[in-house]
Design a protein around this ligand. Structure first.
Ligand SMILES: [Zn+2]
Ligand SMILES: [Zn+2]
Length: 289
């Protein structure tokens, strides 16, 4: 459905650098294929068995024609094209008018849910804003209402003044291990300038995001011996930005601990590595490479 390719090469042939294809095993069905929902089968109790169709678009972004396992094996300009493609696909689904939210995510390693080793990411566009994102939006709206500030801008300001949880920064972004983070070595990348939608990043900002991500991932791969990980872009709902209270960011989570009974039962996470310790170790390994 989309590709970055060398000049003079045609669609669906060799010469591509980044390529986007529909997922062969989609979690969702396209709008024209889905049946109307909210009606249980005849004779079933509607108060218990409500359904909605799993309407959405599910795509795979193949990040290199070479058989590589990690995006850290890509050159800076190759990874920049990948991060531009993320924005381009999100923008495509926003413009289609079918969807309200698009989650761009990456699974690396079987502990992170990956079934394929070749470097790739996925995008699922949905007709509703998913609950986890809605909760973040509600929390940031509440913070904005009580302080008049974007919680992420405020967080960036605080972390940069304290440094204890800063992993790395560049001219336009900062990487931090967030305060009271859920997972060991959980790291967030945030643009320093307030922007709510990732799909509106410039070519230059997408390149800067790729470059900081590569740096952080290289550090993590070295420090944690190529861990399984997930990252995902949290961006504003398609129909609701620009927003003053929401700020796009990428959450990067190495999968070193299992979500167990306590986490499932409470939604509270036990993290054995303090973010201050994680950030210091990541800073040290980054300084050394
Ligand atoms: Zn902000
Ligand atoms: Zn988030």
């Amino acid at each position: 459905v989309a590709a970055v390719r060398r000049d003079g090469t045609g669609a669906d042939g060799p010469g591509w650098q980044v390529r986007v294809v529909p997922n062969k095993y989609p979690a969702t069905v396209r709008p024209q294929e889905s049946t109307p929902g909210k009606t249980p089968a005849r004779g079933e109790p509607i108060e218990l068995l409500q359904t909605v169709p799993a309407t959405g678009a599910h795509e795979v972004i193949i990040e290199s024609p070479r058989h590589i396992r990690s995006v850290t094996e890509l050159s800076a300009s190759e990874l920049a094209e990948v991060f531009r493609m993320y924005a381009q696909r999100l923008d495509h689904h926003r413009r289609s008018g079918f969807y309200r939210y698009g989650l761009l995510f990456k699974n690396v390693g079987s502990a992170a849910g990956a079934s394929m080793p070749h470097a790739h990411s996925q995008l699922i566009a949905l007709t509703a804003v998913p609950a986890g994102v809605a909760e973040e939006l509600a929390g940031s709206l509440e913070f904005h209402a009580s302080t008049g500030r974007c919680v992420y801008c405020r967080m960036i300001e605080l972390e940069r003044s304290r440094c204890a949880r800063v992993v790395a920064e560049s001219k336009s972004l900062v990487a931090v291990c967030p305060f009271a983070s859920r997972f060991p070595y959980e790291t967030w990348l945030l643009p320093r300038e307030h922007t709510s939608g990732y799909e509106s990043v410039t070519r230059c900002q997408a390149g800067a995001t790729a470059s900081l991500m590569a740096r952080v991932l290289r550090g993590m791969e070295r420090l944690l011996d190529r861990p399984a990980y997930n990252y995902f872009i949290h961006t504003a709902p398609f129909d609701r930005h620009p927003l003053d209270h929401y700020h796009w960011h990428i959450e990067l989570i190495p999968r070193l601990t299992k979500i167990a009974g306590f986490e499932c039962g409470t939604g509270v996470y036990i993290n054995p590595v303090a973010p201050e310790t994680a950030a210091r170790q990541l800073r040290e390994v980054l300084a050394d490479q």
